[in-house]
Each structure stands twice: as C-alpha cells, then as structure tokens.
Ligand binder design. Sequence first.
Ligand code: G2I
Length: 448
Amino acid sequence: MTLTAKSVARVALVSSLVAATAAAAVIAASPAMGAASTLAAAAQQSGRYFGTAVAANKLGDSTYVGILNREFDMVTAENEMKMDATEPNQNQFSFGNGDRIVNHARNQGKRVRGHALAWHQQQPGWMQNMSGSALRNAMLNHITQVATYYRGKIYAWDVVNEAYADGSSGGRRDSNLQRTGNDWIEAAFRAARAADPNAKLCYNDYNTDNWSHAKTQGVYRMVQDFKSRGVPIDCVGFQAHFNSGNPVPSNYHTTLQNFASLGVDVQITELDIEGSGSSQAQQYQGVTQACLAVSRCTGITVWGIRDSDSWRASGTPLLFDNSGNKKAAYNSVLSALNSGTGGTDPTTTTTTTTTSNPGGGGCTATYSEGQKWNDRFNGQVTVSGTDNWVVTVTVSSPQRIIATWNTSATWESADVMTARPNGSGNTFGFTVMHGGNWSWPSLSCRVG
Ligand code: G2I
C-alpha cells in the first residue's frame, strides 16, 4: 500500500496531535490509498479477492479470457465440478472440464472456489433414482473422491448447496438427500474435511441475504449448531442473485456480520443484479460496501463475465456488456473497493487522541466504531480527564454528519463539528453518511 501526499500530510498532522499508538491506529483506519485499476487489485488492497464463474467452453473466446485474466483473482466453475459433470456414471469420474478451468486459473495465479459437492440439482441420472443408505453412501463417496482429486488446489468448497426451503418455514428443503436423514449435511462436511483438510468448507445458498427472512434464520441456526458441536464448517456463501422482485436488502451488512460473528468467513459467491444504469450500479455498490464493512467477508464472486455469459442474460445482470465493455456497475464496484477500509467490525477497535491543556490538565477522546450500513456508519466518542471538555470531530469529504446524540453540537464548517457535554455524561455519538469513504473521523480534545 502506498501513501499519497495528501494522506501523508493528514497522518503527519494527526501524529503531531496524538500519541504514537493512536497515530498508528489512524493509519490503519485510513481507506485504501491510490486507486487500483482492476477488480482483483482493488479487492486485494483489503486482503479480499474478486472472482467470477467461468465456463470451460468459453476458454477459447479471447475477449472473455482477456477480461478473466485481467480482472479476477478467484474462479468458480459454473457447471463443470457439479455432481453430474464429475461422476456421470457411478464410480466413474470425469474431471476434464473441471481441470481445464482449474488449470487455467492456477496458471494465471488465480485461486479456485469448488462448486459444488452435494446438491439436490444437477445430480447424475443414476443418483436421482437412489434413496436411503445407498444414496447416503454414494453422496459421501462422491465427496471423498472429488475433494481428494482436487486436494490442495481449492481455496474453498461449496460442500452443500441450497439445502434450505424458500418461504416462511425456515426449515430444510425436501430432496432425496434430505430424506436420507437430517444429518446428511454434517456428514457431507465431515467427509469433505477428511478428504481435503486445507480447503475452507462452505454452506452455500440463495435468498439468505435478508436478515429477517425465515430462510436466513434457518441457515443461521444450522451454522450456530454446527459451530457449537464442532461440525467442520468454515464459511457461508451468499449467492446474491438479485432482481427487482428480490432487491439487495438494506440490512445486508447485518446479515453478513451476524453470520461472521458465529466464527465463520462469509463470501458473496454468485453475485448478479438484474437491471441497468445507475440503479444497477448503486445496488452493486451497496453489496460491495456491505462485504467491505465485515472483516470476515473475504471476497466477492460475480456469476459470469459479460451479460451474454449469464444464466439469465436477458436481465443484463453482470459488470460487462455483451461486447466486453465495462458497465456503470463495474465502475461503482471498482470505486467502492478502492475506498474500502479493509473491514473493521463494529466496536472492536478504538483510537485515542490526547491534547494537553497549556493551563494544566487535559482530556482524552476515544473513538469507537458503531453500527455500519451501506450508506452510513455510527461512531461513539468517550472523553476522560475532565467534565469540561470540548471535542472537535473532523470528517473528510464526501462524509457528512447527519445526526448526533448526547452532546450539544455546533459547526465550524460542513466537515468540522464541535461537541460539548450535554448533561453530565462523557460519551456522545453521531451518524456519518460516508459516500463511499469509510475512514474514521479525526478527533481533538481540549478543556473548555
Ligand atoms: O441457477 C443459477 C445458480 C444458482 N446457484 C447454484 C448455481 O450452480 C446455479 O448456476 C446455474 C448455472 O449458471 C447454469 O448454467 O446452474 C444451472 C443449473 O442448475 C446452469 O444451467 C445449466 C442448464 O440447466 C443446462 O441445461 C445446461 O446444459 O447449464 C448447463 C450448461 O450450460
């Protein structure tokens, strides 16, 4: 990461006001500096990846491969590693197309998400007609063989895909796999762990983006239960197939954060958003920011490259048009990634500024992160050392403070707020519309 002159100046200014440890915290909290020009490079600034689904039969298309090689650093096989593709006849495995994708990715220095070991759809014909222990054993054998074959080459596996029902039940989907017994999912995860101990093991589903949906809650309870019983699960994939009937929820960040707080990584695994122009671009920005705001959201994958590559091409849901040109949605994702913070979870980190009063005494103001949303975040300041304090809070453009509480505030300019005690408390808070800039406000405290 390089520091621009402006940010160096800002850090220097802050350093002269605050203790050395506080200055270090301020540097860490500054947005990624210097704009990266590809999705992968922009995501890497915060330690994340940016991936795409790839179809083996398009690897001869030079426009497609050009964009793939330039923009993405994670690859998912769109269909080639599914059960019907890899085990067309029982115990007869076929890895040719999967290998084509994995080899292309690895030769280009990209990582691979494996998709998917067990699913009620795209089962080979022989499996569709099975049931009971024969099906359970066939599923476990499939997982063992495929995960063993690809051992060491897969960053994360979608071990089980789409096992929860849509609608209000919050329970499992009926399927031949489910009818082998409710423990089929944990059995699948244990088999995958034994076959490839170093791959992250994910549960992957759609319509689990809105925190208040029953399906989201059902999956959450399963992950909570798995963590409490030591079932080997490392991550949850949110497919994120959005359209006007299923828009990006305003509580998306909450959903990702709540799952992450269970002790798993979260990943956006199949992102596409039907629409066009600025409305589509805004929704893409919101999803990107939601991931950036959660430190355990480790990456985003879009479900195809050009609109014409999509499983629902008529909805023009991707980041490149049919000719491979960048869309507005591409630019909004890139700029959101470039202004991301690296994702700091609420209330886990603080910074302190201390200013001595020349007349003796002094005060210390400590900033704590609060709740974050797609478009705004809360901050809280705690003051010690005096009850007679004045704290100056400076935000940086395009940020704007839109609300305060427990303080009486006045404004020196649009960016600079002066806060004084309101009653006897020494803690106050505010809400910042961030406009894509997640950096923390600067504080200075004096005795007033
Ligand atoms: O449906 C969208 C995605 C939902 N989550 C799981 C993903 O695995 C799923 O991907 C789609 C692929 O994008 C499609 O390409 O999964 C579909 C199958 O469920 C894929 O469609 C299949 C067609 O059904 C087949 O007829 C066709 O032969 O694609 C195959 C290859 O083009």
